[in-house]
Design a protein around this ligand. Structure first.
Ligand code: PEP
Ligand code: MN
Length: 341
């Protein structure tokens, strides 16, 4: 970091800072200008960096503290160039394939779940999604089937061979969900539930981390760092739209964040245009844009009968629309040398 002293700082003030930095494990490089003194603090310890910066900024004779290193390490490109995450068998995310994850918003019962799973399997889907624990805005809305729903998902996997991704909402459920799921999903509302992140870091299963609906890209990457720093390298980032002033769409799908995350991190990036738009008719065009910008996968809500869905019917594709999405996105992926699967 670089510490810029105010024009009123004295030699004693400068010595005080050098002493503090030395105590915190930094070596210093001082540059005395005509108007200002700059102190370069040299050290790579991220552990105490935030505190040291905040303490220095509180001093009246410090004008500014400028960080040089990124606040995350394990998620960054400097740590690793590229991550290919093996979900199981030949299913790899972050490689040449653009992987589709599809399924209804929620598990709505055994028969409808198995029925839509079979339809999606026939349509070539390899990762099946559905929520057993549902984070609903209203406490009066359907809250999900819980563990019973997880068992239905496991049955769908046994019958179809598709992998399962499903949401885990609280730290104490992580082991239970990990028993049934192939990939754990952390929802947008929980992106900064740090206990949940840490528990998922110990779960031994890949984790898909959805970006918080009002989170910056840096906060999103730091949340991924939490999971990785507990020993789980298998993290997928998922952009699912952020809250803006726009009301026509449910959220604003931030494709800037996809390009930025691909630039800053080695982790694969998934895009969810269903929650990102909240309107089924916008899902296919935004899926094409997502793949064009570099997404490694798509999460798409599909329901055999959206007008009967328990949740998110307005943004769910029916099977015909889903097949159409696949045929429209395929050539976009191919143009980038990738294979939509
Ligand atoms: C979901 O995938 O069904 C979901 C609840 O997503 P989000 O957390 O992005 O709202
Ligand atoms: Mn949903």
């Amino acid at each position: 970091m670089i510490i810029i002293l105010s024009s009123k700082a004295t030699g004693k003030n400068k010595d005080e800072i050098v002493k503090r930095l030395d105590k915190s494990g930094y070596s210093v490089d001082i540059s005395e200008g005509k108007e200002r003194t700059l102190i370069g603090a040299i050290g790579t310890n991220l552990k105490n960096r935030e505190e040291v910066m905040a303490q220095l900024m509180s001093l009246p004779y410090v004008e500014k503290v400028v960080p040089i290193l990124k606040p995350y390490k394990r998620v960054s490109k400097e740590f690793r160039e590229k991550s290919e995450i093996v979900v199981g068998g030949d299913l790899v995310i972050g490689g040449r394939d653009v992987v589709i994850m599809a399924g209804p918003c929620a598990v709505e019962g055994r028969e409808p779940l198995i029925a839509v799973a079979r339809l999606l399997k026939r349509a070539g889907v390899r990762v099946f999604r559905a929520g057993a624990y549902k984070p609903r805005t209203s406490p009066y809305s359907f809250q999900g089937y819980g563990e019973e729903g997880l068992k239905m998902l496991a049955e769908a996997r046994d019958l179809t061979g598709m992998k399962i991704i499903t949401e885990v909402m609280q730290a104490r459920d992580v082991r239970r969900v990990a028993k049934y799921a192939d990939v754990l999903q952390i929802g947008t509302r929980n992106m900064q539930n740090f206990n949940l992140l840490k528990e998922c870091g110990k779960a031994g299963k890949p984790v898909m981390l959805k970006r918080g609906l009002a989170s910056t890209i840096e906060e999103w990457l730091l949340a991924a760092e939490y999971i990785m720093s507990e020993g789980n390298p298998n993290v997928l980032l998922c952009e699912r739209g952020i809250r803006t002033f726009e009301t026509y769409t449910r959220n604003t799908l931030d494709l800037n964040a996809v390009a930025a995350a691909k630039d800053l991190s080695h982790l694969p990036v998934i895009v969810d245009p269903s929650h990102g738009t909240g309107r089924w008719e916008l899902v296919t065009p935004m899926a094409k844009a997502a793949v064009a910008v570099g997404a490694d996968g798509l999460m798409i809500e599909v329901h055999q009968n959206p007008e009967m869905a328990f949740s998110d019917g307005q943004q769910s594709l029916n099977m015909k629309h889903f097949r159409n999405l696949k045929s429209e996105v395929k050539p976009v992926a191919a143009a980038l040398g990738r294979n939509l699967r």
